[in-house]
Design a protein around this ligand. Structure first.
Ligand code: UT7
Length: 418
């Protein structure tokens, strides 16, 4: 049966009228992946020196043993995001110029505006890409996958970079033991591509409940409470959390979102080969995915012990690790499921379709060419900044075009002649 045969408008008499065009078979496949964490590691024992806590408490309540933090001020949400994106492009062997859209999910953006995604676009030299930030907290990466799928299936994009990047260590109060022991920094990215190979991101399930907005919040620095001496002195610019409320919500939605997305994808829980849940707390994963859904531990990725809660970056970081460990194979049904501030939750069901054994096999020439591409991107960015400065200092004609000194010199005698 051709595509044409399957597309039509149904009439009440049961006849189907063929539409004058055919829907192409288009799928959104994950074809590249990459992640990065800062070098600096803070162990639970290190935290014992900072706040009134213990390695035993943190391990038993969360499963966390250590986390990576961006100790170097030059290491930011944008630099981590850029590195993760470069790695994803390298795996896919796709140049930045082919990327149509960059979605950067983050709760610790470089600035309130502009979007961190735009800084990544510039650093990559992805000069054909639109770019925006996505604010859905720890669910953001999965929201981003859903957005990428939508753009690709609508025919608006061929390649979409979805990035989750955080430097939560910069918005955490290091004197508040309720939060500072939980979070870590890092970034992960995937390249989603239009493909005619069936599978890829098959279904998504997104949810929100703003009545729980206060449960996890940075109250200061926004429109409701603009930054002031007072907001800084009373610590309103730090993350505040009602841990118990978030815990109860998380255990409920992780199970239901997984069930719903699996059903939407036409699968059963038994068909799922791997679950990659948001890594906030080992107990949340155990109580929702393992106990409520009865999914065996070998089908669930847990790495919270090494990274803490890296918010929106946790799922792509865990994906990359699962790939490295050989836990992802073509034709696997994989569920990504997350929850977070908002409150939000999100799940995606993915039929994995690409081989994973090509990672790290780039030739010397390919790596050199890639490096050169990024150096050229940096040079182009500097040139554009310089030109912008030039435009600022030069006089402009009525259409806003700069008048170069020689043009002005040429014009002057003409004016005198008149
Ligand atoms: O990505 C989404 C982000 N957020 C989350 O996922 C958080 C979800 N919530 C959780 O993971 C858990 O609720 C926590 C790990 C945050 C807390 O675990 P809990 O078992 O719910 O502990 P609790 O809040 O009930 O606190 C128990 C006790 C309290 O002392 P009292 O009042 O019983 O004397 C806390 O003050 O543990 C105390 N406590 C700590 N003790 C040592 C809280 N934090 C610490 C700490 N070290 N770091």
């Amino acid at each position: 049966m051709s595509n044409m045969d399957t597309n039509g408008v149904g009439h009440e008499n049961g006849e189907v009228e063929a539409l004058p065009f055919a829907f192409p078979s288009r799928f959104a496949q994950i074809v590249g992946w990459g992640s990065v964490v800062p070098d600096k590691v803070i162990t639970n024992h290190d935290l014992e020196q900072i706040v009134d806590t213990s390695d035993e408490w943190i391990r038993s309540r969360t499963g966390i043993e250590e986390r990576h933090v961006a100790a170097d001020p030059k290491e930011t949400t944008a630099t981590l995001a850029t590195e993760a994106a470069r790695r994803a492009l390298a795996v896919a062997n796709v140049p930045p110029s082919k990327v149509d859209l960059i979605i950067c999910s983050t709760s610790s953006p470089e600035y309130i505006f502009p979007a961190t995604a735009c800084l990544v676009q510039d650093a990559l030299g992805a000069h054909n890409a639109g770019a925006f930030d996505l604010s859905a907290a720890c669910s953001g990466f999965v929201y981003g996958l859903s957005m990428a799928r939508g753009h690709i299936l609508a025919g608006d994009a061929e390649y979409v970079l979805v990035i989750g990047s955080e430097t939560l260590s910069r918005v955490v109060d290091w004197t508040d033991r309720n939060t500072c022991v939980l979070f870590g920094d890092g970034a992960g990215a995937v390249l989603v591509a239009a493909s005619n190979v069936p599978g890829g991101i098959m279904a998504s399930e997104l949810g929100s409940d703003g009545s729980g907005a206060d449960a996890l919040i940075i109250p200061g620095g926004g429109s409701a409470m603009p930054a002031s001496l007072e907001t800084v002195s009373n610590g309103s610019h730090y993350a505040k959390m009602d841990g118990k409320a978030v815990f109860r919500f998380a255990t409920r939605v992780m199970a239901s979102a997984t069930r719903d997305v699996v059903e939407k994808a036409g699968l059963t829980i038994d068909d799922v080969d791997l679950v990659i849940p948001h890594q906030a707390n080992k107990r949340i994963i155990q109580s929702s995915v393992l106990r409520q859904l009865k999914i065996p531990e070998e089908k669930v990725v847990i790495n919270v012990q090494k990274y803490g809660n890296t918010s929106t970056a946790s799922i792509p970081i865990a994906l990359c690790e699962a790939i490295e460990e050989g836990r992802v194979k073509p034709n696997d049904n994989i569920v990504f499921v997350g929850f977070g501030a908002g409150l939000t939750w999100a799940a995606c069901a993915v039929r994995w379709s690409v081989p994973v054994d090509t990672v790290g096999k780039a030739s010397w020439w390919t790596s050199t060419r890639r490096q050169a591409t990024y150096q050229a991107a940096a040079a182009r960015s500097m040139w554009k900044r310089a030109m912008r400065w030039v435009y600022e200092v030069l006089p402009t004609d009525p259409e806003g075009r700069p008048i170069w000194p020689e043009e002005e010199a040429e014009k002057e005698p003409a004016a005198e002649e008149q």
